[in-house]
Design a protein around this ligand. Structure first.
Ligand code: PLP
Length: 435
């Protein structure tokens, strides 16, 4: 097969094409590789396949939608499934976050939320509030808004920042919090930096603060106890919006519908994608508080928000999301993580502590990370562990010196045991090779 034409995203294309890793099929907790190997999915794909793979009711719902109404423009037209889906989602959201705007990805959700924040500030006569505060090591997707607020240097350096933005320091503090289980004890004080940034730039210039409750792609960075609550208080004190990017955390990954609910933080806007359709078909959404929605609605006659996508509220995606919500509800998956499997995962993960080179293990719900000492090598340990684990038959994610895990929410203890055995062997192999 010729591999040249497909320019692959976020991939070392030359290296991949010299040594491709192909996926041929997927079912339940497993992929089958192009070479016929069975690979345990410990990442839910890209943090998205929360329900495991090959769920027939979802496939059937998509098929039925596509024969009935394969497409419906959502600019000025409606179809039932989009309104019923929005209602259903709004009922799950906390507080008055009861307006839902559909997108096709996490990146689109982030850019939509940033625009909503600016539109809201402008609609209430505060048009100078256009700046955002984000965090170092934050990942908010790759559209220009997300790239601009993002805090991962490699993702932004070629493209620059297209809007004013400043960053809080990351809350990762291995010196004080190494090997913590759940929320780390130390570091809530880092939220105070937000007050300083607001005073520096002027609240009159700041539209909002955007953070992932648990930063995923930055390396599963779990907020210290009290940190997010303090961000909320500071935002309130200075009339600045708080946007939670729940693209990874939403749909049960932390043990609640959203991490905002899990950590008892009420944002003004929050984004989702991934778990909404369990990765089966692209879809995202932004949830918006009533006051923000109503202010924007009251600000104009005719079209109130000049923004939207050809595929917003696509009928096939709406059908998939409905079918996924049915499964989340029937199988109790939003809370399953806190009812045993998350604890088992934590126990197994922390049992790896004494393997060589490990400087931190951290976890919350079904999110986990192992961080290795920085050898300054061209092929960091995390990446080599990921490569070795693939050979052993388990999919992990290697992010520099970190490997991260985010298994489907349907994982059983036997899958976690299989993971433990294979990652143990992978880490041993990589660290022995290094000596
Ligand atoms: N926001 C967060 C927190 C993410 O982790 C991601 C993707 O991993 C995105 C946004 C972007 O989502 P997408 O890749 O669907 O555009």
């Amino acid at each position: 097969m010729k591999l040249d034409a497909h320019w692959m995203p976020f991939t070392a294309n030359k290296a991949f094409k010299a040594n491709p890793r192909m996926l041929a099929s997927a079912s339940g907790m497993y992929w089958t590789s192009g070479e016929g190997a069975r690979i345990l999915d410990m990442t839910a794909g890209l943090w998205c396949s929360n329900l495991g793979h090959g769920r027939e009711s979802v496939a059937r719902a998509m098929y039925e939608a596509s024969v009935n109404l394969d497409y419906a423009p959502s600019f000025g037209f409606g179809h039932d499934a989009s309104f019923t889906l929005a209602e259903r989602l709004a009922a799950l959201a906390p507080g008055d976050l009861n307006h839902v705007f559909f997108t096709n990805s996490g990146s689109e959700s982030v850019d939509t939320a940033l625009k909503m924040a600016i539109a809201y500030q402008s609609a209430r006569g505060l048009g100078s509030k256009r700046m955002f505060i984000s965090r170092e090591r934050a990942y908010h997707g790759v559209n220009m808004g997300g790239t601009t607020v993002g805090g991962i240097t490699t993702n932004t350096r070629t493209f620059g920042r297209w809007a004013p933005v400043d960053h809080l320091h990351s809350t990762l503090d291995i010196e004080r919090n190494a090997f913590s289980k759940g929320l780390p004890d130390f570091g809530a004080d880092r939220a105070e930096e937000l007050e300083q940034l607001i005073l520096l730039h002027g609240a009159e210039n700041i539209a909002g603060v955007i953070v992932e409750p648990i930063a995923g792609a930055g390396g599963v960075i779990i907020p210290p106890k009290g940190y997010l609550k303090r961000l909320r208080e500071i935002c309130d004190a200075h009339d600045v919006l708080l946007i939670l990017d729940e693209v990874v955390c939403g749909f049960g990954r932390t043990g609640s519908f959203t991490a905002g609910i899990e950590f008892d933080i009420l944002p003004d806007l929050f984004t989702v994608a991934k778990g909404l359709t369990s990765g089966t078909v692209p879809m995202g959404a932004v949830f918006c508080r009533s006051g923000i929605h109503d202010t924007i609605m009251a600000s104009a006659e005719g079209i109130e928000f000049f923004h939207g996508y050809t595929y917003s509220a696509h009928p096939i995606a709406c059908a998939a999301a409905h079918a996924c919500l049915d499964i989340y509800e029937e199988e109790g998956l939003f809370t399953r993580v806190n009812e045993g499997i998350g604890k088992y995962f934590e126990h197994v993960l922390h049992n790896l502590k004494d393997l060589p080179e490990i400087i931190d293990i951290r976890n919350y719900g079904l999110l986990g990370a192992i961080e290795f000492a920085d050898q300054g090598s061209e092929a960091p340990v995390g990446v080599r562990v990921f490569q070795e684990a693939w050979k052993q038959g388990v999919m992990l994610r290697g992010l520099g010196n970190i490997v991260v895990m985010s298994p489907p929410l349907v994982a059983e203890e036997s899958h976690i045991d299989e993971f433990a055995e294979k990652i143990w062997r992978s880490i041993r192999t990589v660290t022995e090779e290094q000596r």
